[in-house]
Structure formats: C-alpha cells, structure tokens
Design a protein around this ligand. Structure first.
Ligand code: PMT
Length: 402
C-alpha cells in the first residue's frame, strides 16, 4: 500500500522513558509505511531499549554517541539534520524537552534536533505531575513557538500506576499524524500565494506614527502553513517582531499602507491566491512633518488625515477569474453582518471574520476564533478558539476548497 511516508527520511529520536518500548512498534510501522528511518537514541534511552533491536528493525546502525568508540568515526549531526524530511522524538521526556527548548546540546539527539532543517514532531511521555509542572508546560510551549509539532500525550494509566495525562500517544496515531502531514505538504505545491500581515504605520513626523495593535502572528502563521503545504509564499509584512522560518517564504518588508499596496500590486499578478490578514491603517496624516513637531514651537492641536487606499478592494477590482482573494474582517460588534458586507464590497471570495468581543481572539494573542464566509453562497463555517497555527490550517483547508 502506498502512503505519503513512502521514501521519506525520518529521524526517530528516542529518549529515556518507559514509553521507549512503544518506539519499537513506531519504528516498525514507519518502516512498513515505506519510510527510511534513522534511529538516534540518548544514553538514557538505551537503558530502556537496546540498539540491537532498533538497528535490526531499521536496517541501520543506531546513532547515539558523537564518535564510534573504537574507530573514532565522527557522526555528523549536521548531515543527519539535513538528510531528514522529518524528525520525531518519541518518547520525549521532560528532561529532553527542556534541553530541546533551551538548546542544551549535551547529547547526539539534541544536537541533531538543533541542526534539523526539517519539521520536528515531539511526543511527550512522563508522569502526570511532571507533565502538569509549569516548567514542562512552559518548555512545551517554547517548542511549539519554534514551530515544532507537539503530539499531545493521552490520559490513562501511567508507569507509576497513577492515572492522568502523560501517556505517549499510540504509535499508530503518531504514524497517522506524520502521514497526514506529508499528504498535506504537497497540497499547495506549485501555487503562489500572496499574504499580508502585521500593521501598517503612518508617520506623523520622524518620531511619531499612527498604527494599531497587530502583531503579525496570524499572517505569519498562515504564511508558514502555506509554505509547509508546498506553496511559494510572498509575505508582505508591516513592522513586526517576527521572522519567517520556512525557506519558501519571501519576505517583503513595508511600513505604510501605500508601500503595502505597491508591494501587493507588484506580486499579485503572478499569484493564484492572496490572503489579506494585515491590519491596514485606514487613515494617514495628510502631510507628515519632516521635522519633529515641537509643542512650544509648532503649537499643533490637530492632525489632518487622508484616507488610505483599500488594498483588498484594489486587488478585488483587478483579480482574474483564476485568482482567489481572501480578506479578513476585524470587528467589535455585528461581526457577521459587517464581514458579509466587506466580502461583497471588496469582491472577495472568502472572508475570515474575527471579533475583539471574543476573548482570546484578534490582536496579539496566540489564539483566534474565526468564522469563514464565502461569496459563492456556501454556508458559513464557525470555528472554536484555537492556536493561530491551527486557525491557519482551517483557513488554508478552506482556500484549497475554493
Ligand atoms: O496580527 P495579529 O496580532 O495576529 O492579529 C490578527 C488580526 C486581528 C490583525 C487579523 O486576524 C485580522 O483581523 N486582520 C484584518 C484586520 C483589519 O484591518 O480588518 P478590517 O476589517 O479593517 O479590514 C478588512 C479587510 O480589508 C482586511 O483583509 C484588511 O487587510 C483589508 N484592508 C483594510 C483597510 C485597507 N485600507 N486596506 C485593506 O486591504
């Protein structure tokens, strides 16, 4: 049976926890699905499972030390990191998670993780109290924030015979996560997607500006997900503290709405889809001061504003029948009605409505709660509060169906 794992290079990282026995099954399933698996095991991992079993099942010597003791042969974690299409750390103990989160490169597995260019999946396994400890929670959140995929542990009976959350996810489910990841990684291949993100800033004088609270998190999450699905992404971003990670993302930094418009007009004709998640300032000072405004000298008590161009509406007016245009609507009240009005007025194919009335949604947060509205009359889709990374997945699933 052909699976999306066929021929994929997978590093299976095994750390020192009792769930290491499940890694044997995981390894067998990965090999059965056609993956080429290289096991990297920590010194403690070898206390739980022998390298002989793992090398017999993977058909390759297991890597554990930086050097082979008798020959002095050096094992290159850099080469391994480049070879991999994905790395899976299962089980991931609290201590290895802490090392991964903080770059403590004291064994071959952690150095390989730090060198890996491929996506990394982490399947924590530990006792319930260790799992619930704030340091573990923080380290897992750190790993997530670096773009790693966390395969949440299940609740059930643990090695300590206590019952709670901490059981490593079953090998079959880990394989299913990887299969669905690789199936998706091709789904936008060959597509070009323009994404806008962050705020625009409109200068009043050389030291002051008008802007808004957009952090860029939503737009950057969409860019990462689109690139992970194989798209070539042009990310036009206002000033934010984020950097794109994926090599298929081309970043175009802009400051004002006018600059964002120019960058979008240049990129859009070559794109299949544009997703406008930026919070564009609707107004800019009509005549920005060239010198700092001085209270005593200039006596300014009001600033004349002009309307900025509507970038989404501009693209909506020039889009061709083959292109798809997706907008956002950030509302505080009557979210759905206002979103529907913007969908029609800006000639969008889909609009992502989010509301500041929902806690955890909108500006700056790591989460969002969205409803998707469509121009072709299909029913609206409302989603619960999720991480922005997961919201990006929902949005791109819908874009793929457009
Ligand atoms: O960046 P984060 O902190 O993660 O926050 C995410 C977000 C709240 C910024 C994002 O989810 C969002 O809602 N983005 C759109 C914000 C917004 O400007 O909404 P709007 O309702 O004012 O604009 C409607 C649409 O027209 C948007 O697609 C916007 O990009 C676009 N627009 C608006 C004004 C303008 N002059 N030109 C535009 O293209």
């Amino acid at each position: 049976m052909s699976t999306s794992l066929q021929g994929k290079h997978i590093i299976l990282g095994i750390t020192g926890g009792i769930a290491a026995y499940k890694s044997v099954v995981l390894l067998r399933l990965l090999v059965k699905a056609g993956a080429d698996v290289q096991v990297v095991i920590t010194p403690n991992g070898k206390e739980f499972i022998t390298p002989v079993t793992l090398s017999a099942l993977s058909g390759k010597p297991v890597v554990s030390e930086f050097f082979t003791a008798n020959s002095g042969e050096w094992h290159s974690h850099v080469d391994l990191g480049l070879w991999a299409d994905a790395m899976v750390v299962a089980p991931a103990t609290a201590s290895s998670i802490a090392k991964m989160a903080n770059g403590v490169a004291d064994n071959m597995l952690i150095t390989t993780y730090l060198s890996a260019k491929a996506p990394v999946f982490v399947a924590p396994a530990m006792d319930l109290d260790m799992m619930a400890h704030p340091s573990t929670t923080r380290n897992i959140e750190l790993l997530r924030s670096y773009g790693n995929h966390i395969i949440e542990p299940a609740a059930g009976e643990l090695a300590s015979h206590l019952v709670g959350k901490g059981r490593m996810e079953e090998p079959e489910n880990i394989v299913a996560v990887l299969e669905s990841f690789f199936a998706k990684s091709e789904s936008l291949s060959g597509r070009r997607i323009l994404i806008t993100a962050g705020p625009t800033i409109e200068r009043i004088d050389p030291v002051r500006y008008i802007s808004n609270f957009s952090s860029g998190k939503m737009g950057y999450a969409i860019a990462e997900e689109a690139a992970a699905r194989g798209a070539e992404v042009t990310l036009v971003s206002g000033p934010v503290d984020l950097r794109p990670r994926h090599s298929r993302i081309r970043l175009v930094k802009v400051e004002s709405a006018i600059e964002m418009l120019r960058a979008c007009e240049e990129a859009f004709p070559a794109c299949d889809t544009a997703i406008m998640s930026a919070a564009v300032a609707d107004y800019a000072p009509s005549e920005p001061y060239t010198c700092k405004i001085k209270r005593e000298r200039d006596g300014v008590d009001s600033i004349a504003l002009r309307k900025n161009p509507d970038i989404a509406a501009t693209l909506g007016a020039i889009k061709t029948p083959g292109q798809r245009l997706v907008g956002f609507a950030l509302e505080t009240d009557n979210a759905i009605d206002n979103g529907a009005e913007k969908l029609a007025r800006k000639h969008l194919d889909m609009i992502v409505v989010n509301s500041l009335a929902d806690s955890g949604a909108g500006f700056g947060t790591d989460t969002n709660k969205v409803t998707l509205l469509f121009a072709d009359g299909r029913p609206a889709e409302a989603f619960s509060l999720k991480s922005k990374a997961d919201v990006a997945k929902d949005i791109l699933d819908a874009v793929e169906r457009l």
